[in-house]
Design a protein around this ligand. Structure first.
Ligand code: DAL
Ligand code: ZN
Length: 271
């Protein structure tokens, strides 16, 4: 099971967009809002400079009706909850045994003809499709090399890697069954059409484009070259993890890994 809940680290340091905005008491801020009464009548209201409602205030500002949200706000992503956008899986934080995502789909993108693990969790799939389409406009033909892998598929991959390279090297490259991000459905190995080997992807211009742009679609390069002692794995420029655009942009700007950002202990036992 994943490690226990970490209240302090589950809430990342997030800057409120309004933080640091200059405050001018002499300026009246007019905010058009919606007042929805039981009959569904919408009327404009004016809020004073301190944000308190002032029913006496007069204003000629035309009210802009704001629709009430159709659904309540979603709960914040969690690093501990399986399936959550920010769920952290690593060598120290295994998945629940036999975990299978409920929303697997096959993205409409080029796929390595040799690939057998070609599905992704629905939000990751949509984001990957968008990224592949955008890369195409920049002249790069990206493809899916590996997506969701069942625990059994991961076992086969791991066993094959041990046979080919020995256990020490295998542990740096392939997650132990039950601890692979691929089992979440939120990770994808990206490649270039006609270039099925992961190991050479990092030398391509397509890889550079991915490094520079993946965050715009909510992906991070999960195992950067200089963070093996923290992530547990050697450089994998092809291994992307979907975390949503907010967190991906933060990571892109900071260079932090998920473990660092959420103050988790290094998962570098194997690397
Ligand atoms: N190659 C990554 C670490 C995995 O097997 O999940
Ligand atoms: Zn991978």
């Amino acid at each position: 099971m994943p490690q226990g809940s970490r209240p302090a680290s589950s809430t990342p340091p997030r800057r409120h967009p309004a933080a640091g905005a200059p405050h001018n008491r002499r300026r009246t801020i007019l905010i058009a809002g919606a007042l929805i009464v039981s009959g569904g009548v919408v009327a404009g209201i004016v809020l004073g400079g301190e944000g308190s409602a002032d029913p006496e205030a007069t204003s000629v500002t035309a009210a802009t009706p704001i629709a009430a949200p159709a659904t309540p706000p979603t709960t914040a992503p969690s690093i501990d909850v399986p399936g959550s956008l920010w769920w952290i899986v690593n060598g120290e934080r295994p998945l629940p045994a036999g975990y299978v995502p409920a929303d697997l789909v096959t993205p409409d993108v080029p796929i390595d003809p040799q690939a057998s693990s070609i599905q992704l969790s629905a939000p990751a799939s949509a984001a990957f499709e968008a990224m592949v389409a955008d890369a195409a406009t920049a002249g790069f033909r990206l493809q899916l090399n590996s997506g969701y892998r069942s625990q059994e598929a991961q076992q086969e991959l791991y066993d094959r890697s041990v046979d080919d390279y020995g256990e020490e090297v295998a542990r740096q490259r392939v997650a132990l069954p039950g601890t692979s991000e691929h089992q979440t459905g939120l990770s994808v190995d990206v490649g270039e059409v006609g270039l099925p080997l992961d190991q050479v992807f990092g030398d391509t211009a397509a890889s550079q484009w991915v490094q520079d742009n993946a965050h715009r679609f909510g992906f991070i390069v999960r195992y950067p070259p200089d963070k093996a002692a923290i992530t547990g794995y050697a450089n994998e420029p092809w291994h992307l993890r979907y975390v949503g655009t907010e967190l991906a942009s933060t990571f892109h700007a900071s260079g932090l890994t998920m473990e660092e950002y959420f103050h988790l202990p290094p998962a570098g036992g194997s690397g």
